[in-house]
Design a protein around this ligand. Sequence first.
Ligand code: PEP
Ligand code: MG
Length: 747
Amino acid sequence: MAQKSGVNSRTLLQNLRDTLAEDGDGQERLDHITQLVSESMETEVCSIYLRRDPQTLELCATEGLNKEAVHQTRMRVGEGLVGRIAKRAAPINTKNAPQEKGFRYMAETGEELFSSLLGVPIQRLGEVLGVLVVQSKDARKYTDDEVYALEVVAMVIAEMKELGAFTGEGEAMTAPHQRAHLFRGGSAQEGAARGVVLLHDPKIVIANPVADDPEIEKGRLNDAIQQLRLNVDVLLSANQNEDKEQIEVMESYRMFANSRGWVARLEASIDSGLAAEVAVEKEQSATRARMSRVPDPYLRERLHDLDDLSNRLLRLLTGQGRAAGDSVPDNAVLVASNIGPAELLEYGKKIKGLVLEHGSVGSHAAIIARAWAIPMVIHADNITREALNGDEVLVDGDQGIVHLRPDESITAAFKDKIAMLTEAQQKYVAIRDEPAATLDGVKIGMQMNAGLMADLPSLPTSGAEGVGLFRTELQFLLRNSMPKRSDLANLYGRVFDAAGDLPINFRTLDIGSDKVLPYLQPEDEPNPAMGWRAIRVGLDKKGVMQMQLQAFIRAANGRPLRVMFPFVAQYGEFKDAKAMLGAVLRNEERLGHVMPADVKVGAMLETPSLAFAPDQFFEECDFISIGGNDLKQFFYAADRENERVRRRYDTLNVSFMRFIGQIADRCDSFGTPVSFCGEDAGRPIEAMCFAAMGLRNLSMRPASIGPVKHMLRKTDLGEARAMIDEAMASGEQSIRGHVMEWLKSRG
Ligand code: PEP
Ligand code: MG
């Protein structure tokens, strides 16, 4: 296997390793590599093109082309044959390059002399870093073994520490993943954190890509594969009771893990001189390239399984990466491409900050970050490529900026910022026990949002007068199977105990959309935000809702109970849900359980339709809570998780403010208490405007209570309303400009 026709890839790799072991800078190494490859493969040319930025490739070393063209010749990704190799992440092998479609002639390189071309992508885990090319004068078609040998060399180049040095002409030759980096994203949660990177999906660092002894490497590979097969078997037997589809997925894992073809391909790469982990990465890059080209979603999913299996194998081989159950290091700032609420909850409250490449302010991951009071930055492009586990990182949630591996001056300034923020928080402690009364004597009820047991210690310390929204689904998201009624009753009992005499609005299970329970088969819906969610699930799957209502009643154990139904879009849904609660109460009484001292039944107003419900709804509903996160997305028809559209619509837009005013007035006319528990309630300016529009209760994350209360205590609500009325009549789309001016004029 080691001997390939025309080229001995193992000898080539050994020579390559010797070259890499020699002293010399990055440029010298690349020059050596091109010499070595062109000699071994008996080609006139060998060139290395590296990605200077996401769109541009640059000739960085060559044997055989004009040396003056090095660092001068550039092309766009997709342009010419080299650009095409980078774009498609696939080799090109041609006898007659000038006749190929898309060939671009580059006079300065002198390449008109050469007919044949073989080029392969230099890639690491599916990320194309450059292109490695050989060319010959004669019309030669390279053999499969030669293609293979060049791919193996490309793998080794991809692992070179100095590669990052070539990403810009004249730029300091710093190794990649060592330079300071600034990422400008968006703010999803204010605050500042200094810590170390914890990658949600960590990269593996390979110290030595070329192996001395293929037998030892094969031994390591086989040990790891045995372990992998064992793990997959354990996984499968532990989940025997799962549904058919889940078992099918795991069976396909087992099939891949036992695939002889897969193992044979890995062993062939080891025979050619690669270390076991690089052989796995090579196979993984090929899988990922295939994945992006396969149109069939089922096959794509299976390739995904194979990719995941490779990741597991890499973890076993290197001992790196995170396994389920690993503890979270101190000061960890979680860095991910994106993350769902269940995955985030698994890390627990120890996380100091959250940075995402995608993500959205309106997502439930953001809501959890807010509840934990940790800064969160979204849209930090490419941070998962740059950051390594353990890198120092500063998260500026106010500006939406992340400093990766910052230099000392930035760190010093940042420390000052953190100190200032801590000082500002101290200021709010002083007004903790004071009422949120405005200058003109209007008292605004301040409550907190919660959902985790870890939130409850904040109840006495935040100054909240109760829990305005208890998101019960967070407890469901934390588990792998449906919780038992007794577990829930126990848990809610502890919530009652922690709250003492303060009221708690228990919201029934609000699943669906981005809150997916792995054990409650998610429906494959085209538009889950408007799909089968919240009360719609509760009314259809009665068993789950009844079980939860029983748990509330048993937990209350004679204490007053407040239940709130989420996402009520029409009166009938509220009536049905309330009737279900009535039936459960009667049944519990019959069973001999202690009845709550009092039962209040509320609804969340999260769709505009409910604001126009029949009068009877307002008469029968004991309290209403405006779920502004959802209400806003349906009011503007703008997905709360899609930053591009979400950001177009200001909460202080005249239409939305008018709507809030109308809801407040309608509730007032029936004497139905109404509060606002969406994220905007925790923003001081928005909160002040809501109060001015007539809302008298606000529920927010605990850390916002201080700043909102501070703002309200400095506001004359009558004056604020007059200013808002004037702003709404001005013809401006949003009242924000007027509000800011008005606040400034008051210092
Ligand atoms: C809301 O929609 O405003 C709300 C409070 O509910 P959630 O954010 O959990 O959907
Ligand atoms: Mg909602």
